[in-house]
Design a protein around this ligand. Structure first.
Ligand SMILES: NC(=O)C1=CN([C@@H]2O[C@H](COP(=O)(O)OP(=O)(O)OC[C@H]3O[C@@H](n4cnc5c(N)ncnc54)[C@H](OP(=O)(O)O)[C@@H]3O)[C@@H](O)[C@H]2O)C=CC1
Ligand SMILES: CC[C@](O)(C(C)=O)C(=O)O
Ligand SMILES: [Mg+2]
Ligand SMILES: [Mg+2]
Length: 411
């Protein structure tokens, strides 16, 4: 325990020094000196979480993000004992067990919180939940039953299903409960989704910025996903604090502030853009031109995907774009510096078109329509099979098999 405390104090000090952090007290924001934060960091690790002096100094931190000051909330402010105490009277009813339900649910359970799962009986998710150790009648229930038992309703159904099921579940979200989402989708696009939360419940959001699978793997590695946090409706006066605590409970390392609207706009935009849609389009375009010019599949794949994911992109992730550029030849740096603005110019109009399509609800309506079909799983799988069968990704399978650490079962 002592070594944990001193490790987290050291980490807090290191983080403070690295970022040039200024700290603001949660209740009454105020600038604080480095030494004040340093003392508080040591004290808070060594003392019980109930000390009011420490509580006052703890809380939000204001960091400078390239000249813009933003508030962040860190897991280190929520030791496990404090977290468990905070939710000791709550039942987290996690509705839906897809990628996020799995990651958030297992993390919250491992954090010692009282979690139950609610999904359609005997559907895919029901089976998956049982495989993960949720027990029918004890911690696994049909959706309506779980909502009745829960005090915090974590709506992690697919966005289309949130809209479809709303008429049935809304009356069960009674006064005093908390309604939680991981996306602003249902609430923001209410004209299309018809999701209008009852006026007597807190409505909050924690949106992990990564796949639910990563939410789980990072947690198991002792790390944490970064998430955004927002309040749509604060009836109890504690909605923000509760959202931050839940964010920690589901495995976030830190959280940044957003609104439901900003979250859904940026999320839908990002996933259609460089996170998923644009990267598939760009990889494919580069690969196709190489192939048309007589390059072999292995060469085209290596120069497009393998080198990107295995060598260069991790360098961007670790230390930024300039670091990756500097790790490459001067020849590469010269050419990449010249071509980057060309790609930027060509792509800005496309990104503007995409943002507008998100903002005006076109993307939402398409998602509701397609993912609301009873055949949504089969339909998506059929389209993904087309990608899987593209030469680029078939070549990729062979390229991956040549990695010295390749394991066939991971395919
Ligand atoms: N995937 C991710 O990593 C991220 C997701 N989010 C958000 O988290 C939320 C959950 O997303 P995700 O985990 O991907 O889940 P999915 O979108 O994959 O949805 C899966 C769940 O929805 C249920 N479901 C689908 N249709 C229906 C229906 N008609 N009636 C009842 N249940 C239904 C499924 O149950 P069944 O098996 O019975 O069909 C399953 O439990 C969404 O708001 C999403 O935008 C946020 C960050 C990242
Ligand atoms: C990038 C896709 C995502 O937004 C995510 C994993 O964050 C999603 O909706 O799954
Ligand atoms: Mg998303
Ligand atoms: Mg996302």
């Amino acid at each position: 325990m002592a070594s944990l405390a001193s490790r987290s104090a050291t980490q807090a000090l290191r983080n403070t020094a690295r970022r040039g952090v200024s700290v603001a007290a949660a209740v009454k924001p105020q600038a604080a000196s480095f030494s004040l934060f340093a003392k508080a960091a040591i004290a808070k690790s060594a003392q019980s979480s109930s000390s009011s002096t420490i509580q006052r100094v703890r809380g939000m931190k204001t960091l400078d993000f390239a000249g813009t000051k933003e508030v962040v909330y860190e897991r280190s402010d929520w030791p496990l004992a404090k977290l468990q105490d905070y939710f000791k009277d709550d039942t987290l009813a996690l509705i839906g067990y897809g990628s996020q339900g799995h990651g958030q649910g297992l993390n919250a359970r491992d954090n010692g919180l009282n979690v139950i799962v609610g999904v359609r009986k005997d559907g895919e998710s029901w089976k998956q939940a049982i495989e993960d150790g949720w027990v029918p009648g004890e911690t696994l229930f049909p959706i309506e039953e779980a909502i009745e038992k829960g005090t915090i309703i974590m709506n992690l159904l697919s966005d289309a299903a949130q809209s479809q099921t709303w008429p049935d579940i809304a009356p069960l979200i009674t006064k005093g409960k908390t309604l939680y989402f991981s996306h602003g989708f249902s609430v923001v696009y209410k004209e299309d989704t018809k999701v209008i939360p009852p006026s007597d419940v807190d409505v909050i959001l924690v949106a992990p910025k990564g796949s639910g699978r990563t939410v789980r793997t990072l947690f198991k590695e002792g790390r944490g996903i970064n998430s955004s946090v927002a309040v749509f409706q604060d009836v109890s006066g504690k909605a923000k604090e509760k959202a931050i605590a839940l964010g920690v409970g589901i495995g976030s390392g830190y959280m940044y502030d957003t609104t439901f609207e900003k979250e859904v706009y940026s999320d839908l935009y990002g996933e259609r853009g460089v996170l998923m849609g644009a990267i598939q389009g760009l990889f494919l375009a580069q690969y196709q031109v190489l192939r048309k010019n007589g390059h072999s599949p292995s060469e085209a794949f290596n120069e497009t995907v393998e080198e990107a994911t295995q060598s260069l992109y991790p360098l961007i992730g670790a230390k930024g774009m300039d670091y990756m550029f500097n790790a490459c030849s001067t020849t590469a740096r010269r050419g990449a510096l010249d071509w980057a603005p060309v790609f930027e110019k060509a792509n800005v109009p496309i990104f503007e078109q995409l943002y507008e399509s998100v903002r005006n609800g076109t993307e939402t309506r398409k998602s509701l329509e397609y993912n609301g079909r009873p055949t949504y799983r089969k339909d998506l799988a059929a389209e993904l099979e087309i990608i899987n069968n593209q030469e680029i990704w078939r070549a990729g399978k062979t390229v991956r098999s040549l990695r010295p650490d390749y394991k066939p079962e991971s395919e």
